[in-house]
Write a protein that binds this ligand. Structure first.
Ligand code: FMN
Length: 343
């Protein structure tokens, strides 16, 4: 048997697709849009997954949904589909493939009530028959690899991720990502990384561990405990888009103990944030773009490690500003004040 650290140095495949490393950006509604995916991939992540897209809406080509499924020519496109009806899942998958998806991911992890009430997302874990019907529909509709993202199960009494994973593999799923919580936990408590090893034991496709990875120092533990083939980072990349790339560097170095990750500072950070802001505006247009950008700008400020009052002060100033020109000026002023920008 190969060791965990040996495995990290071998190429990882999703079906025929070789990914460049084993650290992925998680799908996050309202966050993992094209500008963010492009940024995170550009900073070194191995794969970046789209926000969840309702299959029926994609099939019907709703313009906002088409925007969410847009391809960046520099990175593989992974479109995550949600839905409850096999017909629409198949139609959505065909459309995803037509717009250039290299991988289609099926969402069986979303805990939100508006999604589970419609019996999709993590509610599908309670209805394995339905879950497999959807998997069959998607796998049968496309040539690209199909992957699955799930939680451990619905609640502590229904931890069926291992059995569902086995059935999913038999149905043609090519990779499984597991968020180490139950649906009923939502985001409470701690992600259970050792549980993921139970899935790893019963399937031979790649298994990706997800949940609460925010620090390079955790990566050794998450991989040792989960035995996973790779990791997926969600909230840990908000305001820190270089974190997945750093984690990938760390894994490729194999130096688990004394990683001193490179991270942009001063003028480089200012440039990165300004570029991200400009891309958001150009992707959505000014009206929606400036609203979408606020949360990212807020996270950047939060993660800079300023005092609470200073963070609040600048967040209020920058995030309540309507004019993009003023926002850019304020960002510049902020970095100049920190004496980190010389440009
Ligand atoms: C704001 C937000 C939106 C999310 N949207 C999705 C989604 O569209 N599809 C999905 O599978 N998971 C979604 N998730 C769950 C994440 O992909 C991930 O499984 C979860 O946040 C745990 O990982 P983390 O601790 O690294 O954030 C979302 C999470 C957050 C916080």
């Amino acid at each position: 048997m190969i060791s965990q650290s040996e495995r990290q140095h071998q190429p990882l495949y999703i079906g025929p697709l070789q990914v460049r490393n084993r650290v992925f950006l998680a799908p996050m509604s309202g966050i993992s849009d094209l500008p963010f995916r492009r940024l995170v991939y550009g900073l070194g992540a191995g794969l970046v997954v789209s926000e969840m897209i309702a299959s029926e809406q994609l099939a019907k080509q709703r313009p906002d949904v088409i925007l969410r499924s847009k391809k960046d020519d520099k990175s593989p496109l992974v479109i995550q589909l949600s839905g409850r009806e096999a017909h629409w899942m198949a139609e959505g998958a065909r459309m995803a493939q037509d717009v250039g998806a290299d991988v289609i991911d099926i969402n069986m992890g979303c805990p939100a009530k508006q999604v589970t009430r419609g019996l999709s997302g993590s509610a599908l874990m309670r209805d394995e028959k339905k879950a497999l019907e959807l998997i069959d529909a998607v796998v049968g509709a496309v040539k690209v690899p199909v992957t699955l993202k799930m939680r451990m199960g619905w609640d502590d009494n229904h931890l069926n991720a291992p059995s569902l994973s086995q059935k999913a593999e038999a149905a043609g799923i090519q990779m499984i990502t597991v968020h180490g919580r139950t649906r009923c936990q939502f985001f409470k408590g701690k992600a259970n990384w050792p549980f993921i090893a139970q899935i790893k034991r019963v399937v031979s496709i790649p298994v990706i561990a997800n949940g609460d990875i925010t620090d390079i120092g955790q990566i050794g533990d998450v991989l040792d405990q989960s035995r996973a083939d790779g990791i997926m980072i969600g909230r840990g990349a908000c305001g820190v888009p270089w974190f997945p790339g750093q984690a990938a560097d760390f894994l490729s170095d194999g130096s688990r103990n004394e990683a001193e990750p490179m991270q942009p500072e001063g003028a480089d950070l200012y440039q990165l944030i300004s570029r991200h802001y400009a891309e958001i505006l150009s992707h959505y247009g000014i009206e929606i773009g400036r609203r979408t950008a606020r949360k990212h700008l807020g996270w950047y400020l939060e993660k800079l490690g300023l005092g609470i009052d200073e963070t609040k002060h600048w967040r209020r100033k920058i995030c309540s500003e309507e004019s993009p020109v003023k926002v850019k000026e304020l960002l510049k002023e902020f970095f100049e004040r920190r004496r980190e920008l010389v440009a």
